[in-house]
Design a protein around this ligand. Structure first.
Ligand code: ADP
Ligand code: MG
Length: 275
């Protein structure tokens, strides 16, 4: 297989959009899997109580599994909860359990509630180095469809934001609110944060609407928008029910090829320093 040049430092990307169902999780796990297949060391942090990223990576996330919840509440270190995906040993996952939904409230009254994920991730990177484990090349943080404390933690832990935008009516609706929130995080918690990448997803490529949305997004974000557009594909939506990414489930499908190409484009863009 083809291997990619690793970034000069660990790249940490938060995959965010407060709209649900726009392809955040699908994008996080499939770009992660494509990078892993190309020889990169990749971690996906499932930061959504739904646990969809954990499911797609074949990682157990029953209520009693140790998970990101325990990390955020200070009851476990990240190295104690990280799991191998079923895809490859260089694709890791910190699973999410449903109790993570309570963390939004439980964190309100604890110290350093906005920086818990950042602290835990930094410690994990140090732990890997001290234990002779390979350096991580990419970390993807899959966010819930809200701008609450879980998402704030993700923005604070990352240097880059990856925003998936669905090629649909009202695609840009809510985006200005997301960008304002990112600006607030930059101002108060993480000056290094940048929207580095926008990916157009679920495109019905033959329709005028999809073309118009793509043009509008590229007009607003010419630097950030990846050239590749992810097509709507049944194979992409089938893969998670097999506990797989589409990269594994059907590597030659149009969806898998598009995600592999998007991963390559992301890898050739300048790595940003870890927050
Ligand atoms: P989010 O994480 O933003 O809520 P998901 O990634 O879970 O969104 O996607 C929402 C639904 O759409 C899921 O059922 C997923 O399998 C499906 N889906 C995502 N991308 C595609 C695509 N390119 N083609 C077809 N179905 C898709
Ligand atoms: Mg999701």
């Amino acid at each position: 297989g083809v291997t990619f040049e690793p970034p000069s430092q660990t790249r940490v990307l938060t995959v965010a959009n407060q709209k649900g169902g726009v392809g955040k999780t699908t994008t996080a796990v499939n770009i992660a899997a494509a990078l892993a297949r190309a020889g990169q060391q990749v971690l996906v942090i499932d930061n959504d109580p739904q646990g969809n990223a954990s499911t797609a990576l074949g990682v157990e996330h029953d209520r009693d599994a140790v998970s990101l919840y325990d990390v955020l509440l200070g009851e476990a270190a990240m190295h104690e909860v990280v799991r191998d995906s079923t895809f490859a040993p260089n694709l890791l996952c910190v699973p999410a359990t449903i109790d993570l939904s309570g963390a939004e409230i439980e964190l309100v009254s604890v110290d350093s509630r906005e920086t818990r994920l950042r602290t835990a991730l930094r410690s994990y990177l140090v732990h890997r180095a001290e234990n002779g484990l390979p350096r991580l090349d990419y970390v993807f943080i899959d966010c819930p469809p809200s701008l609450g404390l879980l998402t704030v933690n993700a923005f604070t832990a990352a240097a880059e934001v990856l925003i998936p935008i669905q090629c649909e009516y009202y695609a840009l609706e809510g985006l200005s609110q997301l960008l304002r929130n990112i600006d607030l995080i930059k101002e108060h918690l993480n000056p290094a944060l940048e929207v580095s990448t926008i990916l157009l997803t679920m495109s019905d490529t033959r329709t005028n609407l999809a073309r118009e949305v793509a043009m509008e997004v590229r007009g607003h974000f010419p630097e950030q928008t990846l050239p590749t557009v992810i097509p709507r594909s049944v194979r992409i939506s089938e893969a998670p029910s097999y506990g797989q990414t589409v990269i594994q489930y059907d590597p030659s499908s149009s969806g898998a090829l598009a995600y592999a190409q998007a991963a390559r484009e992301l890898s050739t863009r300048e790595a940003r320093r870890i927050a």
